[in-house]
Design a protein around this ligand. Structure first.
Ligand SMILES: [Fe+2]
Length: 309
């Protein structure tokens, strides 16, 4: 029994149009209903982001996780400080609805792992003594580049008042693994089999909320290209191009309309068998990035904690 991956997030937002424009500019495809907008990666059956109309400020409504053996998880949730709760009004009734010890709502559903969308031309680097690309150019003229295509939602990072309480809950009740952490300030959790280095991450804050949702793209070039293009469109904060120490992924973050962040990533560490992985407790100098531009002043500011529900 365990959580195997993340499927999506649902956000309450004051303006569906503003949110839809942001995520479609980022490369997601929108499907609009009367009270919500579903946004999916091209070719994906399930939405990665659902926007729900609300009157107040943006608020994380819930996180959708892919899991199996839900009956076992249902027994473990109350034993580890969580609660089983009824489905919210109008929400899907299948699966498990769970509140973690801080009241964050998760929807656990049984679903097959989506097929990996492989790339036509894998990223190839000519390194000293290791030439793998000859007789062709790596880059295409700017005018011929197609817009970014996010492949899938890879991970969600959440604010939490107590990082280790959140980690204990998802490792003990959801059967996840602690991949790595930086003290008790930020922690990264994976599925125990065939997982990206992290599926859920937690960052310390006075309250709960969404820090960022991160989308996989084809390669580091697309991280840089897509990030640059989206930052130009939004005119808001951005951070990158850079590379994380923890998880090793290349990144570019763009601030969403409500102050949280959208990440493009590529080349993350992969944990095929958690039993063979050794978690590291990093120093804070490795908490943010191995290299990259200066971190924006409000990168870890929790705007949702300013107006708690
Ligand atoms: Fe991330």
């Amino acid at each position: 029994m365990a959580v195997a991956g993340v499927i999506g997030i649902a956000l309450e937002v004051p303006d569906l149009g503003v949110g839809t424009r942001f995520y479609t500019d980022a490369g997601l495809e929108a499907e609009t209903a009367s009270d919500r907008v579903s946004l999916s990666c091209p070719g994906s059956a399930m939405p990665s982001v659902t926007l729900l109309k609300s009157e107040g400020q943006m608020r994380l409504h819930h996180v959708v996780l892919r899991a199996d053996e839900l009956d076992d998880i249902a027994l473990l949730v109350p034993a580890h400080g969580g609660k089983l709760v009824p489905p919210p009004i109008g929400a899907k009734t299948e699966g498990l609805w769970v509140q973690d010890p801080h009241g964050v709502l998760f929807h656990l559903v049984e679903a097959d792992k989506p097929a990996e969308k492989s790339v036509e031309h894998p990223f190839a680097i000519n390194a000293p003594g290791h030439i793998v690309r000859t007789r062709r150019s790596a880059m295409q003229p700017v005018g011929s580049i197609i817009p970014a295509k996010p492949r899938r939602l890879g991970h969600v990072a959440l604010f939490t008042p107590d990082v280790m309480v959140s980690v204990r809950f998802v490792t003990q009740a959801f059967g996840m693994g602690l991949a790595d952490r930086a003290q008790e300030i930020v922690a990264f959790c994976c599925a125990r089999r065939n997982s990206d280095h992290h599926v859920l991450a937690f960052a310390k804050s006075p309250g709960t909320g969404l820090h960022h949702a991160s989308f996989q793209v084809a390669d580091p070039d697309e991280v840089g290209r897509a990030g640059h293009a989206l930052a130009q469109k939004t005119g808001k904060g951005h951070w990158g191009f850079g590379r994380h120490t923890i998880g090793s992924n290349f990144f570019q973050y763009i601030q969403d309309p409500w102050g949280s962040w959208f990440e493009y990533y590529s080349d993350m560490d992969f944990i095929d068998d958690y039993a063979l992985w050794q978690p590291t407790n990093y120093g804070m100098e490795d908490a943010m990035a191995n290299w990259g531009p200066p971190v924006p002043a409000d990168f870890v500011h929790n705007y949702q904690a300013e107006h708690p529900a």
